[in-house]
Write a new protein. Sequence first.
Length: 154
Amino acid sequence: MATRYAHVNIIARDWRRLCEFYEKVFDCEPWSSERDHHGAHIDALTKMPGIRVQGRHLRVPGHGPNGPTIEIFTCSENGEDFPRPLNRPGFAHLAFEVDDVDAKREQIKYLGGEDYGDLVTIDIAGAGRLTLIYMTDPEGNIVELQKWHGDSDA
């Protein structure tokens, strides 16, 4: 089998609340069953004896029934990592292309997210004009909203 991208994982304080956010704001859909991982195999996998991992996968929009997912889990013992700076090594943000950046931005704020940076529009040589903003979801994870402008949008 060729290599295929499968999922990204977010560790949440409240996986149900964060799943609801991504379902409402970005039209992600629950996929498969809720997960409740614990026992010797999870202890060995994580090297964290006694940990319990609960949550579920959400299918991201625009990729069909076999597309990638966002895996949102809560661990019985979450570590501290807040606030998350944009320039720290490792996972930085999730990006979603949207039709209306302003409307999606207001929806995120209404559901507990916040602006991280300012709304900007830039011209990218060879690619086009792009409007984007970094925001946070309700748990401080950084999400990027982006809209590419075609000739009819300019």
